[in-house]
Design a protein around this ligand. Structure first.
Ligand code: AMP
Length: 410
């Protein structure tokens, strides 16, 4: 089915064309019709599936023309708020609707000015939005469409109480579009509170790894992790790499060592100022930096084209973060590789991840690095785990990457 058959207005079809989209993605196909019909929606889909346009298109169609603040989008991080703000502007570029983003870490002046000039859509992080409401620079009395995005992330960050207060300030007869990769009980309760008779849209398994990503693990002793990371960067044929660190301090340390090894490196974590975060992301996107070292703040939803590799210097704490981290590569039909360094202390976490994604992750070896033996047994067959890795990969010395290119030593 084409976008035309979904009943979208000509101005939005023009926007879609300008974005270079040809066909709707599965989540767009399944979300746009009920949302256009005015229904509430609860959607779960992997990141990178076109979720933003799935909620932006029916919203832009409903608002149609200028008329004051009628749509509120809540996002868990500043980066996501900025990204979704841009997506609304791009897709709605042939409408006259006005969009603004409100998030912390920057001054209030420009945000107040935008609100005074009049906006139709606000994309906000909960804390800054609450500040504006308390200062009475805006109100939510005329909200017609409320979009709650990445709700499970809001829960992780501890935003759920604020989000609930904000939802309570919106009119009851609004339309609510609710997106969460996972729906644990707290979120199901919150969905019951926020939604009325929602249409349910589930695309694929939220536990599954993006099909365009090949992934594997390198077992390594704790003290040799950085050496292995550096050796990997010298072995793989990469365009741009995100290296994930468990802690902010760790991210700074890795970045420092990588710079000393002549890599151009950006760092993204929540202790950095908003301007530093913007510069890091922009520099990484433009190619100024070949490596971005990040904590999990960058793992969710951030859309960066052309990330060829994700390397988990530290295994993620939560199995679902594995899926989100490695989903930073292989986006929008492109392919990517993801590697995780695991130490003997991480073997249990590795098995938890394998159980979560229902798949055994391939063990890889790099010449010159001895893999410590795995003491405990891998997940038993029959508990939903696939026993064979999807992507057979030869020994690293003759290693061919997902694009079929032979990796060269640089
Ligand atoms: P999202 O899941 O919303 O972050 O979208 C992931 C990426 O897919 C973004 O770069 C979008 O611009 C892109 N995208 C969204 N919808 C489509 C589509 N129908 N066709 C091609 N690319 C799309």
């Amino acid at each position: 089915m084409s976008f035309k058959n979904l009943g979208l207005a000509p101005k939005l079809l023009q926007g879609i064309q300008a974005m270079g989209y040809h066909d709707p993605t599965p989540i767009q196909l399944r979300s746009i019709p009920p949302a256009l019909a005015g229904r509430d929606l609860i959607g779960s889909a992997q990141t990178g599936t076109g979720k933003t346009a799935a909620f932006a298109l029916p919203t832009l169609q409903r608002l149609e023309r200028r008329g004051g603040l009628r749509c509120l989008v809540l996002e868990p991080t500043r980066e996501l708020a900025a990204q979704v703000d841009t997506a609304f502007r791009n897709i709605g570029r042939f409408t006259d609707l006005r969009v603004t983003a409100l998030f912390g870490g920057v001054g209030y002046g420009n945000q107040r000015k935008a609100l005074q000039q009049g906006v139709d859509i606000v994309v906000a992080t909960p804390g800054r939005l609450e500040d504006h409401l308390q200062q009475r620079t805006m109100h939510l009395r005329d909200i017609e469409v409320l979009i709650l995005d990445e709700v499970d992330r809001m829960l992780d960050i501890g935003f759920l109480p604020v989000v609930k207060r904000l939802v309570a300030q919106c009119p009851k007869n609004r339309q609510t579009l609710f997106f969460s990769a996972t729906v644990p009980p707290e979120i199901a309760d919150f969905a019951n509170f926020a939604l009325r008779n929602p249409a349910r849209v589930e695309i694929g398994l939220t536990r599954s790894v993006t099909s365009t990503v090949t992934h594997g693990v390198y077992r390594i002793e704790q003290g040799r992790k950085f050496d292995l990371l550096q050796a990997l960067l010298g072995t793989i044929d990469f365009q741009s790499v995100i290296v994930f660190s468990r802690t902010k301090h760790g991210a700074d340390k890795i970045a420092k060592k990588l710079r000393a090894a002549n890599h151009t490196v950006a760092v993204l974590h929540s202790n950095r100022s908003q301007n530093q975060r913007i510069e890091a992301l922009a520099g990484f996107k433009s190619g100024k930096y070949e490596v971005m070292v990040a904590t999990d703040i960058a793992a969710r939803g951030i859309d960066i084209a052309g990330v060829s590799h994700v390397i988990n210097h530290d295994i993620p704490e939560h199995p679902e973060d594995y899926v989100h981290r490695i989903g930073r590569t292989g986006r929008a039909e492109k392919v990517g590789d993801a590697f995780t360094l695991v130490t003997p202390d991480d073997f249990k976490k590795l098995r938890d991840i394998e159980r979560f994604i229902g798949q055994k992750i391939e063990r890889l070896h790099l010449a010159g690095f001895t893999a410590p033996p795995e003491t405990a047994s891998p997940p038993a067959a029959g508990d939903g785990t696939a026993s064979r890795p999807r992507h057979q990969r030869p020994h690293a010395s003759s290693f061919v990457n997902a694009r079929g290119k032979r990796n060269r030593r640089r």
